[in-house]
Design a protein around this ligand. Structure first.
Ligand code: ASP
Length: 563
């Protein structure tokens, strides 16, 4: 006998008269003079069961798993429930079996005030909610759409190892000790970057993978230790072809979940332009309020704060602000690293007619200025723009995708000041910028591109270096000597020296993308079993200490016992 022959959410008025068997979870129970009403739930919805009073009916509690058999009957006109898809009918049950009981619940599924750790601790209960059912199914459908697109475009799904050498993606590695090689460690792949490049050298041409990546970074709304990305690589391509494929994958995912896809081609913005106008390399372009530069005009200013600052920029907000509102925003600006936040109305007496005219601030508007090092100005005004637009409700509900292109190839390491990579060290320089002075690569551009959706960076990619001399030049610029190069990347240099085709690729974070699709504020809601910000898993209790015996086998002794 089948456990069920129809799903709870499927029954409609036309099914009246059918004899059916349903199975699912007790969502609610109500006793009414001689009758017991149950809403029975599975992932398709709920159906009302009507039971005659019996010992079994009385035993039922929320989240018991039951099987019920009976006749579908139309509800009387006054009893139709417009809030349920099955609200026109109910099942008059004559056979009821309890398949599984539930211990008292740590929280009611529909209670919206349960803290997240409790939900994650009992994730199997949380997963029964409509929200989690929806999120996990949206993820599935979107990924299926991406896979279909990749398959249609002739991409080959190649599995690459998780346990490998450290891959430089700008995060710390998770290490895996090995019993057979005591004292040595694998790193969990921060991405399949080098393996996918080797696939190109190996003649695969079009590689993709829904790849799990591991990065030891602080956890945030858009960051987990482990996450999946749509990872792809293509041989014999230029940048526009890679962007074209990624756009197709995004559109394929939108269509799969039944959402209107963004129009193609996605617009592009140059990195410098993004930093100037939006103060961010992942600008939210759903609204204007762009940052304006006032550095030139304030060089000769009477106002010392402006005159002496390396960079002066401002945003114009369509509202006037009281003193206390200004102070609150200035508080944020200081937290973000600014010395202050000047409001035009307060400083206009120090400024010349020419300066005031150039700012173009109209009646009812407010200009906020930051004067500082360029990086500080960019960061503070970029964040202020988002904060103010959010507070004033100026961000429309639309989907704006765009590419950020023309990134610098190198940047200064924040701690050491040494030159390091912007994306990763395998990104090719832009054509015509490849003859740089290795001690000062300032201004060298890379063929690197990022995809941004409403201010979320979805992923990055680049055209790669396929010439061994160029690869070594980039390594040298980053201060990697011959020995270190061959120790860390010898296999790559060898592969590049044995017939490497021109190639490039991209990787898009799937959880970030799906969170946006589902309208969720953080990726934990898209992940069946996520970790929390302390870096642990409330459900299994991992990570846990290991016994000395197990550690000894791995050649590991702890310096001091963990607190
Ligand atoms: N490996 C890069 C990343 O994981 C993506 C790429 O360059 O294809 O961000």
């Amino acid at each position: 006998m089948a456990w069920r022959d129809v799903m709870c959410g499927e029954l409609r008025a036309a099914d009246a008269g059918r004899r059916v068997t349903v199975a699912g979870w007790v969502d609610t129970r109500r006793d009414h003079g001689g009758l017991v009403f149950i809403d029975l739930r599975d992932h398709t919805g709920k159906i009302q069961l009507v039971l005659k009073e019996s010992d079994t009916a009385h035993e039922l509690r929320n989240e018991f798993v039951v099987q019920a058999e009976g006749e579908v009957v139309a509800r009387g006109a006054g009893a139709v429930n417009p809030n349920l898809s099955t609200g026109e009918v109910e099942i008059q049950v004559d056979e009821l079996r309890i398949l599984s009981r539930s211990a008292p619940l740590p929280f009611q599924l529909d209670d919206e005030n349960v803290d997240e750790n409790t939900r994650l601790r009992y994730r199997w209960l949380d997963m029964r909610t409509e929200r989690m059912q929806r999120n996990l199914r949206i993820s599935h459908t979107a990924v299926a759409g991406m896979r279909r697109t990749m398959d249609d475009l002739g991409f080959v799904d190649v599995w690459t190892p998780s346990m490998t050498r450290g891959t430089p993606e700008g995060a710390r590695d998770f290490l895996v000790p090995v019993r057979l090689q005591p004292g040595k460690f694998f790193a969990l792949a921060q991405s399949p970057q080098l393996f996918k490049q080797l696939c190109m050298v190996g003649g695969i041409d079009r590689y993709y993978q829904i790849a799990t990546c591991w990065r030891d970074e602080d956890l945030r709304a858009d960051r987990q230790f482990e996450f999946r990305q749509l990872d792809l690589e293509m041989a014999f391509v230029e940048q526009p072809e890679v962007l074209d494929v990624m756009e197709a994958a995004v559109v394929g995912a939108f269509e799969a979940v039944g959402k209107t896809p963004p129009p193609r081609p996605f617009p592009q913005i140059a990195y410098d332009d993004a930093m100037l106008r939006f103060g961010s390399d992942k600008p939210d372009r759903r609204f204007g309020m762009e940052i304006q530069d006032a550095t030139e005009i304030t060089r000769g200013s009477e106002f010392g704060v402006f005159k002496n600052a390396p960079c002066v920029r401002y945003i114009v907000v369509p509202k006037t602000f009281s003193r206390s509102e200004h102070e609150r925003l200035e508080g944020f600006a200081k937290e973000w690293g600014a010395k202050g936040l000047a409001m035009l109305s307060q400083i206009s007496k120090f400024l010349s007619e020419a300066e005031l005219a150039s700012f173009g601030v109209a009646e009812g508007e407010t200009a906020f200025f930051v004067a500082d090092e360029q990086e500080v100005v960019e960061k503070v005004l970029g964040l202020l723009r988002l904060e103010v637009a959010g507070e004033l409700g100026l961000i429309p509900e639309t989907d704006v995708f765009h590419w950020v292109v023309d990134f610098p190839l190198f940047k200064r390491d924040e701690e050491t000041g040494a030159w390091t990579f912007m994306h990763h060290p395998f990104t090719a320089p832009a054509p015509g910028t490849d003859g740089w002075d290795e001690s000062n690569p300032e201004g060298v551009r890379g063929q690197h591109y990022d995809l941004v959706w409403n201010g979320w960076e979805l992923g990055s990619g680049s055209i790669r270096i396929h010439d061994v001399d160029m690869q070594q030049r980039v390594f040298r610029t980053m201060g990697l000597g011959e020995e270190e190069q061959s120790d860390k990347f010898g296999f790559l240099l060898e592969a590049l020296a044995m017939g490497a085709p021109p190639h490039g690729g991209f990787a898009m974070g799937i959880d970030r993308f799906c969170a946006r699709l589902a309208g969720e504020p953080d990726i934990r809601q898209m992940n069946a079993f996520p970790k929390i910000s302390s870096g642990s898993d409330p459900l299994t209790g991992a990570p846990t200490p290991y016994t000395d015996v197990a550690l000894k086998e791995l050649g590991i002794r702890l310096v001091e016992p963990p607190a």
